[in-house]
Each structure stands twice: as C-alpha cells, then as structure tokens.
Design a protein around this ligand. Structure first.
Ligand code: NAP
Length: 244
C-alpha cells in the first residue's frame, strides 16, 4: 500500500487483522517521525517507476493499493507504470474533491503559483494551510503576513519575509481551526482541494468566519480503477485473492 494519508492509515488498521493478507505500508519519508503503523512499513522513494517495478518483483507483490494523497501525482503515475511492468494489480483508494456549500467564498486556481496572484496586491494576513509544499511561491508576495502550519519545519520557509510557523500534526477539529484563525487575525486561507474529512475543518472554519479561501484544484487523477470506500477496497482485495 502506498500511503501517507488518513485513508491509508485506516486501511492499514483493517488489514492488520485480515487473515491471509501480507500487507506492507510504503511512506515517502516526508515527515521526520511518522505515526506508528499496525502493519510492516518501508520508508523512502523507490527510484522512479523502474525502481518500484523492481521492488514489486523482488517482493513478489501481487496487488498495489495507491492510497496516496490526491496531490501526489508523480507517485500515482509511477505506480500505474510500475504495476503494468511488474504484472501487479492496481487500485486507487482516494476521496472525492470538496464542492462549495452556501457561505463558501472560494477562488479556485490550477496551481500553487496561481494562488499567490489570487491573494491580490493589498497586504493581508494569510493562512497557508497546505503544509510544507509550495511555500517558495509566496516569497513573490512579500506584502502579506503568513501563518504556516506544518508537521516539521519546512525547507525554504526562510524565503517568506514575514511569517509565523506553527508546528502541529492534524487532524484539527473545527473549533480549533476557528480559534486559530481568530487568534491570528487570518483574513484569507490558502488550501489544496484535498477532499476527505481529515482536513475539511479549516474549510468549515473559513465559512463560519466569512473568510475567502484560495483553493488549489487537484492534478489529473491516475487512469486506474478508483475506489472511494474502505469496504470496497477490502472487497477488491478479497476478489484478487480469489483470482490468485
Ligand atoms: P509525489 O510528488 O507524487 O512523489 C514524489 C516522490 O516521492 C515519488 O516519485 C516517490 O519517489 C516518492 N514517494 C511518494 N509517495 C511515496 C510513498 N507512499 N512511498 C514511497 N515513495 C513515495 O508525492 P508528494 O506530493 O511529495 O507526497 C509524498 C507523500 O506525502 C505521499 O506518500 C503522499 O501520500 C503524502 N502526502 C502528500 C500531500 C500533498 O499535498 N502532496 C499531502 C498529504 C500527504 P520515487 O520516484 O523515488 O519512488
């Protein structure tokens, strides 16, 4: 299982007790101290699609569940190529994107670089809630003050002239998000359209406080069978076991 998401962690907990399934969780190594996993784990990149294909063959992996984040497009593309090359079955386990509700004030942009322009020229207090990735782009807009939240200190954060760093690991409850945005005087939120429940409270908090959100659209999803429910993934695994 290619992980790094709450969906992958939930599936790992279920697979830990699944008889006849020997599952391994793979993480990129993006966080210094990943949460403990209930199944065997490996950490670090494979070395592109060729490296992953070689790993799948060497470990005699029969099925791959791509439960990476919707923005981890490179890993998903690599998984598609590698599974084809190694003859492993592949399924994507993900969540649908968020859609706006009454009271949401979103500006949707195609990439993080475009989010910078969407903040406008007047100075604002900005909550960069997207984590460690894509921070460098905001150095081009030094008129704003930035609140950055990440699990580990992000590389390149010093490029942001005026910023405050909050180190914390989610999930964060709605009331926590509302309190943080109020305390910090946040005027606009930048987020990725990650979908799912784990990071949705910041979107709800912005709605409640009447704050605009600059939302980065998802990259193109991988062209592979895609499931959105954990039980459907367990059924998919059971069906593969029947075929093997
Ligand atoms: P990415 O750009 O798609 O992948 C970059 C490289 O990291 C891949 O080519 C691969 O290296 C390695 N990699 C990524 N996921 C891996 C995994 N699960 N196991 C082993 N190697 C992995 O991915 P990213 O956006 O940097 O995300 C990295 C990890 O953080 C993913 O596991 C993702 O689920 C998680 N995550 C990402 C975001 C986000 O917004 N991007 C948010 C939350 C969690 P090689 O080519 O050397 O194999």
């Amino acid at each position: 299982m290619l992980g790094g998401t709450s969906e992958a962690s939930a599936l790992a907990r279920r697979l830990a007790n699944e008889p006849g399934v020997a599952a391994t969780l793979s993480l990129a190594g993006a966080t210094a101290r990943p949460a403990p996993a209930p199944i065997p784990r490996r950490i670090g990149g494979f070395g592109g699609p060729e490296g992953l294909a070689a790993y799948l063959k060497a470990e005699r992996i029969q099925a791959v569940i791509d439960a990476t984040h919707p923005f981890a497009a490179r890993m998903s593309a690599n998984a598609l190529t590698a599974c084809g090359a190694a003859g492993a079955a592949l399924v994507v386990f993900t969540r649908g994107p968020w859609t706006p509700l009454p009271g949401d004030c979103w500006t949707e942009v195609a990439a993080m670089g475009e989010a910078v322009a969407a903040l406008g020229s007047a100075p604002r207090i900005v909550f960069l809630s997207q984590g460690r990735l894509g921070l460098a782009a905001f150095a081009q807009a030094p008129q704003h003050r930035y609140l950055v939240r990440a699990i580990d200190p992000p590389a390149g954060i010093e490029a942001l002239p005026e910023h405050k760093l909050v180190l914390a690991r989610g999930p964060f409850a709605l009331e926590e998000e509302v309190a943080l945005m109020r305390e910090e005087g946040i005027e606009i939120v930048v987020a990725k359209n990650s979908g799912g429940q784990a990071t949705y409270p910041k979107i709800e908090a912005a709605r409640r406080l009447g704050l605009p959100v600059v939302l980065v659209k998802r990259p193109k999803p991988p062209e592979a069978e895609t499931l959105f429910e954990l039980d459907a993934v367990l059924a998919w695994i059971a069906a593969r076991r029947g075929e093997l």
